[in-house]
Design a protein around this ligand. Structure first.
Ligand code: SAM
Length: 309
């Protein structure tokens, strides 16, 4: 661990260690043409399945990675990697990148210790999870909870399909995403990016519509009908943004509730499932959607829009 003394104390004593379940690996490592190594499903993996949970091999404070003089940083990185067990070191060193700095840069995942702002920013090295290649419309979502990297399927995955995550914000336009991906040194060949001009235009248009509906739903001034949230969910599914369905279903459920519409219940139920996949069962959205599902009419939002207009 390369961090400040106060962060080290918190990191050494995570507030509530999560349980580990036995894993039956649903994937194998394979060479993928044009992408290096990747992970391929070797059985059907169902939506919501936890695919992999990993503790970090190394933790590095963002300040150390980006602001230490390179000589000092190299020294620290060498010592950190030397202190790993032989097998952990081997897995770390197999990652892409010409030296330790590059391996961290190209493979590590960013996370923040909650409650202390930028000071809590770290890079976690998880060499097994780092084998997930990028797709703009991925089938897997990951989160880092108590320093643990958790990978969950966001839709059913067939045997032989590659497991992928998105390295960039999937709501960016295709050009915006490609621009960010240049940092990793590859051009994306996902179904949207390689689908030709018309497909890219259609996808960008959908993303604009998603942004527009989201902003309307989030403000009391925006133009919305009971159907607006349902349209938002459909657009996410059409666009392949299964990784973001938690917020979409939550907005839709709340919108139905605001209109005093009974569909709030079924959307809240889906919101609970999607938000659990994305953020974990203890996330705030999950709890509030459980409340809405249990008692839509008793919810604070029920009928508020109908009173107003
Ligand atoms: C975190 S690593 C992923 C694992 C990597 N393929 C390996 O062999 O270890 C990131 C690197 O994988 C490659 N990569 C990931 N996604 C890709 C994609 N969609 N197309 C081409 N290369 C990709 C790029 O070289 C990128 O810098």
């Amino acid at each position: 661990m390369i961090t400040t003394p106060s962060n080290a104390e918190v990191i050494s004593f995570p507030p509530s260690p999560i349980r580990y379940q036995n894993e039956v690996p649903g994937f194998s490592k394979e060479e993928i043409p044009g992408k290096g190594i990747g992970l391929i499903a070797n059985r059907t993996i169902y939506r919501g399945e936890v695919i992999m949970q990993r503790l970090p091999t190394l933790i590095i404070h963002l300040g150390a990675h980006f602001h230490l003089p390179s000589g000092e940083r190299t020294n620290l990185y060498d010592r950190a990697v030397q202190s790993l067990s032989i097998s952990a070191r081997e897995r770390f060193m197999k990652q892409v990148g010409t030296d330790i700095y590059a391996k961290i840069d190209r493979n590590a995942f960013r996370f923040f210790i909650p409650g202390i702002g930028d000071e809590g920013g770290h890079l976690g090295s998880y060499p097994d999870a780092a084998l997930l290649n990028h797709d703009c419309r991925p089938n897997v979502h990951y989160r880092i909870q108590n320093m643990t990297h958790i990978t969950v399927a966001v839709r059913d995955i067939s045997p032989g399909e590659e497991l992928t995550i998105s390295y960039v914000d999937g709501m960016l336009s295709q050009a915006g995403r490609q621009n960010r991906l240049n940092d990793w040194g590859f051009a994306c060949t996902c179904s949207v990016c390689s689908g030709g001009e018309a497909k890219i235009e259609e996808s960008d248009k959908r993303l604009k519509r998603i942004a527009h509906l989201t902003s309307n739903l989030d403000s009391f001034e925006g133009e919305v009908t009971p159907e607006t949230g349902a349209e938002l969910v459909s657009l996410h599914v059409e666009e392949g943004l299964h990784m973001y369905l938690g917020h979409a279903y939550t907005r839709a459920a709340l919108n139905f509730a605001l209109f005093g519409d009974g569909r709030a219940k079924e959307y809240a139920e889906e919101a609970v499932k999607a938000a659990t996949r994305e953020f974990g069962e203890h996330a705030g959205d999950v709890q509030s959607m459980k409340d809405l599902e249990r008692d839509p009419r008793g919810h604070w939002a029920w009928g508020l829009r109908t009173h107003r207009f």
